[in-house]
Design a protein around this ligand. Structure first.
Ligand code: ZN
Length: 318
């Protein structure tokens, strides 16, 4: 049996998604990395500093390894912000507060297992494009609307990442004048992310909603302030989607993140407004992600296999 055959028959992979508030861990069989067998969630503790976040990540990995009845052969870690996948370095994240952190080698040294490190949105795209809501599409976009907004782009069956710099549609100017966390004005994510809905509703009313879900519930209950911030988000998303449809002509746009849980309140008007804005362009199907808020951890588990294969080419495994 070859080493890769051994890995595929009786081992597991781990996927980690480092979110601004929660670290999500997933363990799956090497053969079926998109089927989670065990999941763990812990607070990110980003207010305690990067060292505390790394300790928390390693603790989640340790617990998932300890709970496995088969050997864990590789680990995938999906990080927010800017990530240098080739060097395995988390370059920068405003939410976590780290800079030039060699996270891949930290995990490899701690666990003794080959590790893949990459970007959270692209990891989510790998899951949704490969076996999720965009399965079978050649041209697709994964657009998670969470704390911020980013996009993973599938063109001609390949993920376009431009050395990790592509997909920053959250920082395209949609023409509202409010200042974004990045320092620019008018950014899509400053008006249409789940985080923006919460912040903008709080600024109008003085009440801080528990999340974008609460803003959505208030829209349904007839709250005019909730309706106003919701409509602003819809307008901005429609404009951004019209650019996406014009430039990339995707067959499908998979909307993920917290906002996608709003269902028809989001998808119904978005499809109608996009239809009104487009003329001859291909209309993308707008669908909710199949993996919900687990797309990035599932994608990280899938991408862990890259690290396992690379390791088995250089040295026998295990
Ligand atoms: Zn911005």
């Amino acid at each position: 049996m070859t080493t890769s055959g051994l890995a595929s028959e009786r081992s597991a992979v781990i996927g980690i998604d480092i979110g601004g508030t929660t670290i999500k861990g997933a363990r799956a069989r090497y053969r079926e990395p998109d089927t989670i067998e065990e999941r763990l969630r812990r607070p990110t503790r980003s207010d305690a500093g990067p060292a505390a976040v790394v300790a928390e990540i390693l603790a989640v990995i340790d617990d998932l390894i300890a709970g496995s009845d088969v050997p864990v052969c590789a680990i995938g870690v999906a990080a927010p912000g800017l990530v240098d996948e080739a060097r395995g370095v988390a370059l920068w994240s405003e939410n976590i507060g780290w800079q030039d952190l060699p996270l891949r080698s930290l995990v490899e040294r701690h666990t003794g297992r080959p590790t893949w490190l990459g970007h959270d949105v692209r990891a989510g795209g790998v899951a949704e494009f490969g076996s999720g809501a965009a399965q079978g599409a050649n041209d697709a976009v994964f657009l998670p609307l969470g704390t911020g907004i980013g996009a993973a782009l599938l063109t001609g069956g390949r993920i376009h990442d431009a050395q990790g710099l592509a997909g920053e549609i959250g920082h395209a100017d949609v023409g509202h004048g409010e200042t974004c966390r990045c320092g620019a004005q008018g950014c899509l994510e400053a008006i249409a992310s789940a985080g923006a809905l919460v912040r903008r509703y709080a600024a109008r009313t003085g009440h801080v909603p528990a999340g974008a879900e609460e803003v959505a519930a208030r829209v349904c209950a007839g709250d005019p302030d909730a309706r106003a911030v919701w409509d602003d988000a819809l307008d901005a998303l429609t404009l951004a989607l019209s650019w996406v449809a014009s430039v990339l002509a995707p067959e499908v746009v998979v909307v993920g993140g917290g906002l996608s849980l709003a269902g028809d309140l989001l998808f119904g008007p978005l499809a109608t407004m996009l239809e009104a804005r487009l003329t001859f362009q291909r209309r993308p199907r707008l669908v909710a992600g199949a993996y919900g808020d687990e797309a990035a951890s599932v994608g990280a588990a899938i991408l862990a296999r890259k690290a396992a294969r690379a390791a088995s080419e250089t040295e026998p495994w295990p």
